[in-house]
Design a protein around this ligand. Structure first.
Ligand code: SF4
Ligand code: SF4
Length: 333
């Protein structure tokens, strides 16, 4: 997998912020904290800022005036009042592509090496030294894999911060595959299938209405998933599918809730076939010999609508199997 110069300089040894010509993230700058989150409207806003900033005098007064004008034009009615939306997020445009980046960065066009980030809300030190939870929470090989799989800044920034979802989905694939994922073994189709799995976080057709994307930017931010609601779904009970799956480690709350559901399941529905939550079938092994232990976590991380669990299970199962099949095929060559 690719090694970047900055890898040696960041916690977790895998740099995630500016990773390729068209791949970068501005999540902690509040990039996605806008109403009607769409790639085209977000890009239009960033392009307007970037174009205007070219003409701004690199002085305190000039940059302050730019910020004031952008806030006047764009408004300050952000959906998440606890997350600052920085008006200095713009585009880095070059012949090989474009990506999101900081207009005040010393390497940004026109700044002549001067770091103007001290004029921002967070200040230069915070801007340069903050690393989101993914840096420390996600396994290094998965961080490297995701920064290669997602090739568009808009999607990448929304996905890379979702470390719990990424960990669950990649662990599930590895579990079924029986081997760790490494991009050096993967061909185009396998990469595409894995990228599609990651993209489910953005395009999940079974999502609860009203849920927002991009919530894991700060470790201090509470971003609970609807696990309890999902686990209590009567559809989940009827399906029994998830009870037959693995123990959903490492989240102890899942195992505990599964136990509650299993013990309250009606015996009239042929429960003899359902393993006890304390049995090795449920906790350590299952219909997939211990695989699928992260399946339920994935559903929860995707904000699945409890009423749509049966369809969601079928869809996810198919997507996972497709990815695993393609990863296996490629490794044969
Ligand atoms: S959210 Fe994480 S990956 Fe994105 S810019 Fe901030 S620190 Fe970098
Ligand atoms: S000034 Fe700081 S918060 Fe604003 S875009 Fe630059 S790095 Fe992000």
């Amino acid at each position: 997998m690719r090694v970047l110069e900055h890898d040696a300089l960041v916690p977790g040894a895998v740099y995630l912020c500016q990773v390729a010509d068209s791949v970068s993230c501005g999540g902690c700058c509040g990039l996605y904290n806008v109403h009607e989150l769409r790639r085209d409207s977000l890009r239009a806003m960033l392009l307007e800022r970037t174009t205007q900033f070219v003409t701004v005098a690199r002085t305190i007064a000039g940059i302050d005036a730019f910020a004031a004008e952008r806030l006047a034009v764009e408004g300050t009615d952000y959906p998440d009042a606890s997350l600052h939306h920085c008006p200095f997020v713009g585009l880095i445009i070059h012949p090989a592509g474009e990506r999101v980046g900081c207009l005040l960065h010393p390497l940004a066009t026109g700044n002549g090496g001067v770091d103007w980030r001290g004029l921002s809300y967070y200040g230069s030190a915070a801007c340069s030294l903050f690393f989101c939870p993914t840096y420390s929470a996600l396994t290094p090989r998965w961080k490297r894999l995701v920064r290669e799989l997602i090739i568009d800044w808009y999607s990448y920034g929304l996905i890379i911060v979702e470390h719990r979802f990424l960990a669950a989905v990649l662990a599930e694939v590895e579990s079924r595959l029986g081997q760790e994922l490494g991009s050096q073994h993967l061909g185009h189709k396998a990469r595409k299938a894995l990228a599609d799995l990651c993209m489910l976080r953005l395009e999940w057709p079974f999502q609860r209405p009203g849920t927002r994307l991009g919530r894991n930017f700060f470790s201090i931010q509470d971003s609970p998933r609807p696990l309890e609601a999902l686990m209590q779904s009567e559809h989940l009970m009827h399906e029994k599918i998830l009870l037959l799956r693995g123990g959903c480690q490492p989240d102890a709350a899942i195992s505990a809730t599964m136990g509650k559901i299993a013990s309250s399941a009606s015996p009239s529905r042929n429960d003899d076939a359902v393993p006890s939550p304390s049995s090795s079938n449920l906790i350590g092994g299952s219909v997939h010999d211990g695989n699928n232990q992260y399946f339920l976590t994935i559903l929860a991380e995707l904000d699945t609508d409890p009423a749509l669990v049966p369809q969601a299970v079928e869809f996810l199962e198919s997507a996972l199997e497709q990815a695993v099949r393609l990863c296996r095929q490629i490794r044969m060559f």
